[in-house]
Design a protein around this ligand. Sequence first.
Ligand code: HGY
Ligand code: MN
Ligand code: MN
Ligand code: MN
Length: 422
Amino acid sequence: MAEMTPTSVQELAQYSKQMLDVLEWLATYGANPEGGVTRLLYTESWLQAQRALLAKMEGLGLAANFDAVGNVYGKLQGSNASLKSVLTGSHVDTVQNGGKYDGAYGVVASLMALGYLKAVHGTPRRTIEVISLCEEEGSRFPLAYWGSGHVTGVRSYASAAGIADLEGTTLLEAMGEAGFKPANAGEHSAVRDDIGAYIEIHIEQGSVLEVKQKQIGVVTAIVGQIRMTVVVKGNSNHAGTTPMTMRRDALAGAAEMVVLTESMALEEGGPLVATVGRLDVKRGTSNVVPGEVEFTLDIRHTDERKMDAFRTRLLTKLSEIAKRRELIIETVENLHASPVAMHQGISDDIEAACATYGFGSMKLPSGAGHDAQLFGPICPSAMIFVPSRGGISHSPEEFTEPDDLIAGFQTLVHVLYQYGYG
Ligand code: HGY
Ligand code: MN
Ligand code: MN
Ligand code: MN
């Protein structure tokens, strides 16, 4: 395997500083006045960020382009075109009022890594590409991994049928309005079969690294994840004239279901987690008994069989509540991602790179979902984590120490150098 030359390490320090500045620059796209960042798929702030990243990639001498659904690629062409590419990147879509590191750090560290490698080491043997992926979060539309799903062939335009945001704008309408013309529905628009490895650097979004005082996490596996939408229907009625014993109150029923979800998850115990992240009372008014409620379910586990079994048991219990209260319950599954193990060989090389630089590292599973979950089944994939202060993420409070961001960046550069130039 190729080793980094000493001179390159000094130049790396300069690019490390630039990486921090570019991260702050990216956070200005979709910055909320009260702090935090909101860049939802196909909105102006997300599109401006993607366009700006494409220009930044070109400025670093990479060949850059949008693909059919809005992923942005930056390519450092290799000398041996017969070799499959090394792909590195993440996402810049965010949750509502999220942090400035989730996803963005992975895209910025990757594009700066390619800029450094091109400037200091020239043409690699194997093509190395950075990608800024669409809708990893599923925060505007209830369909996560839209971008990585297209690259890996898991998503097609047909997958978007009936998918709309809370305002009723469909995913395909929003895509067209952002300038990405959906081709015919069945076609896989952006799928690739020439990716030899996928490496993603990301903040941990948990507190294990901080507690264990390690700078780098080497991800062993990404948890399985089920996301569902639950609709509860009863009878909207007059709040003043409807006796308590004659109500079919959709919100009271949903509230009982939310509390049961939490208690069943607590009873099941870790690593299972279950969350109701959003609950909307349809046509909610203070003097009307609620007739319809929609809420989301997010269930995760490292063991797919236990995750599926928990989901089945939970839905049975929710139906019992609905029956007892003479309510109707409808459920739609929006995501069913299996747990995915990361590649042992690349993970070992990440650990070795940490040892080279003296960065303390440890192996750990990821409780958060990532695009690497989609790449893992089609090519060797690995993830590098850096610590999140207080384990906080999906919040304006999200923060990672600059030294840790730099340690992650240098580890990523080292591994990309090995795989691209080795
Ligand atoms: O929800 C997640 O796990 C990720 O942040 N999208
Ligand atoms: Mn993320
Ligand atoms: Mn996230
Ligand atoms: Mn399953």
